[in-house]
Design a protein around this ligand. Structure first.
Ligand code: AMP
Ligand code: MG
Length: 414
C-alpha cells in the first residue's frame, strides 16, 4: 500500500498537534538566550533609578546661562565635582556650577522643588575652565542633557511579557532590572538515530561500500541551533533486532522527540518503517515536497517520533520544515514560521514536478533587490550545494518550471 501524499501544510499541522510547550524552569539569565519567558517580568524600580547627566560637563541653573555666547560667556564658580556612582547634596545656585560626569546623578538646584525643570547640563565642549571658574559659551535650556529617572522603564511597568523570546537585548534588560535568573520553558531533548548498513562513524575506516554518518551531526547541529539538546544514539544496522534495540535504548533516556534518518523509503532494506510501525503508532506519508518526500510520524511509548529521509540534504530540509517548528513549539514560541523574503530567481529551473521544491540558493542583496543564485546540483545527496547555500528558494507546487527572473520567496538559513 502506498503512503498517502500530503501537502507540506497538512503534514506540518499534524506534526505540530503532537507538541506542547514544555514545563518552565528557572535558569541563570545567560542560559535563557533563545528561549521563551514563562512569566511576566515587571520593573521593580525606575530605570534609570535617578535623574543623571547624559554628557560630561557642568550642572548649572539654566537661567544662569541666559544669552551666554563665546563672546559673552556665563561665568560661574565651580563648587564641586560629581563622578558616576556618587551622589552630591551640594546645591547648585545661580552663580555656581558643578563639574558632572556622564551617568552621575543630577545635584539639587537652588529651588529643590523645581530641580528637574530648572537645572541643566552644559556639555564640556561648550565650556572653558579658568581656575576655580568656568565660562559657559552657550545658553542651555532647562533639562538639557538630563536623563530623567524612569526615562527607560517605569517602576511597575510590564517590561517583558510572558511569551517573549529572549535575545541579547532581553538579557540586558533582565540584568538592569536585577534578575539573575529567568523562568523559561525547558529545552527539548531530541534523540537522533542514524540507520543503514552502509553508514559508519566519523572516525571509522571507510571500507568499500561505506559512507560516513553525516546526518546525525547535521541534525544535531540543527537541534542546537534551534534551542534543543541533542542526544546522539549512533547508527542502527538495517536489521529489525538492532533497530528495535536502539530505539528502546533511546526511549529510556527521557526524551521529548525521537528522530531517525534513512530507511523510510521503498527499498528492500528500508526497515525503519516496519520497526517504527511495529513498536508504536506510526503512519507513513509522502509529502508533496522536494527534497524530503518520505516521512514517518507517530509515537512510540508516548514519545513523538519523526522518521526523516536518509539523503543528507533531504534530512536537513525535512528537519527545517517539520522538526524546527516542533522544537520551537516545545520551547514556547508561538510564531513558528521562518520569515521569508521576496527574491528574484537568477537561474532557471527547467523541469519541475507537482511538489513544492526547496531549492538551495545563495541570496544576495543587490541594487535594492534580493537575488537568488542556485548553488549547484540539486540532488538530494549533494551536501556541497547546501554548504554554499544561505537560503532555500521555495518554488510552488503548481509551477512546472521556474524561469530566470521569477519572483520567489526565500527562507534564509543563517
Ligand atoms: P535510505 O532512505 O536509507 O535508502 O537512505 C537514502 C540515502 O541516504 C542513501 O544513499 C544512504 O546511503 C544515505 N544515508 C542514509 N543515512 C545516512 C547518514 N546518516 N549519513 C549520510 N548519508 C546517509
Ligand atoms: Mg538506508
Amino acid at each position: 500500500m502506498t503512503a498517502p501524499m500530503l501537502t507540506v501544510e497538512a503534514a506540518l499541522e499534524r506534526v505540530l498537534s503532537a507538541f506542547q510547550p514544555l514545563e518552565p524552569e528557572r535558569v541563570p539569565i545567560l542560559d535563557a538566550l533563545d528561549r521563551v519567558l514563562a512569566e511576566d517580568v515587571r520593573a521593580g524600580e525606575d530605570i534609570p533609578p535617578h535623574a543623571n547627566s547624559s554628557m560630561d560637563g557642568y550642572a548649572v541653573l539654566a537661567a544662569a546661562t541666559s544669552e551666554a555666547s563665546t563672546a559673552r560667556p556665563a561665568r560661574l564658580r565651580v563648587i564641586g565635582e560629581i563622578a558616576a556612582g556618587y551622589v552630591s547634596d551640594v546645591t547648585v545656585t545661580p552663580g555656581t556650577a558643578m563639574r558632572i560626569m556622564t551617568g552621575a546623578p543630577i545635584p539639587p538646584g537652588v529651588d529643590a522643588a523645581a530641580t528637574a525643570s530648572a537645572i541643566a547640563v552644559a556639555k564640556v565642549e561648550d565650556t572653558e575652565t579658568d581656575g576655580e571658574w568656568v565660562n559657559i559659551h552657550t545658553e542651555v535650556s532647562p533639562g538639557n542633557y538630563i536623563r530623567p529617572a524612569g526615562e527607560d522603564v517605569r517602576q511597575g511597568e510590564l517590561v517583558l511579557p510572558k511569551g517573549t523570546l529572549v535575545r541579547s537585548q532581553e538579557i540586558g534588560m533582565l540584568a538592569t532590572l536585577g534578575h539573575k535568573e529567568a523562568l523559561v520553558h525547558r529545552r527539548p531533548h531530541v534523540a537522533i538515530l542514524a540507520t543503514g548498513d552502509e553508514v559508519v562513524e566519523i572516525d571509522q575506516p571507510l571500507a568499500p561500500g561505506k559512507i560516513r554518518n553525516a546526518n546525525s551531526y547535521s541534525n544535531a547541529a540543527q537541534v542546537l541551533e534551534h534551542g534543543g539538546a541533542p542526544l546522539l544514539l549512533g547508527i542502527a544496522r538495517d536489521s529489525v533486532a538492532d533497530l528495535t534495540a536502539k530505539i528502546h535504548a533511546g526511549l529510556e533516556q527521557g526524551i521529548d522527540l525521537f528522530l531517525t534518518s534513512g530507511g523510510v523509503s521503498v527499498g528492500d532494506f528500508d526497515l525503519v518503517k516496519d520497526v517504527l510501525a511495529a513498536e508504536g503508532d506510526i503512519t507513513f506519508w509522502r509529502v508533496r515536497m522536494k527534497p524530503g518526500k518520505p516521512l514517518a510520524f507517530g509515537r512510540i511509548g508516548g514519545v513523538p517520533v519523526l522518521g526523516l529521509p536518509g539523503n543528507p540534504v533531504s534530512v536537513m530540509v525535512s528537519f527545517e520544515v517539520f522538526v524546527r517548528p516542533a522544537i520551537w513549539k516545545m520551547l514556547g514560541r508561538t510564531d513558528l514560521a521562518r520569515p521569508t523574503l521576496q527574491a528574484t530567481l537568477m537561474d532557471e529551473i527547467a523541469h519541475k514536478d507537482e511538489r513544492r521544491h526547496y531549492v538551495r540558493v545563495r541570496a544576495e542583496g543587490r541594487d535594492g533587490e534580493i537575488r537568488a543564485y542556485l548553488t549547484g546540483g540539486q540532488g538530494a545527496g549533494i551536501l556541497s550545494s547546501m554548504v554554499k547555500a544561505n537560503a532555500l528558494a521555495i518554488i510552488p507546487e503548481d509551477w512546472n518550471h521556474a524561469p530566470a527572473g521569477a519572483q520567489v520567496q526565500v527562507m534564509t538559513l543563517d
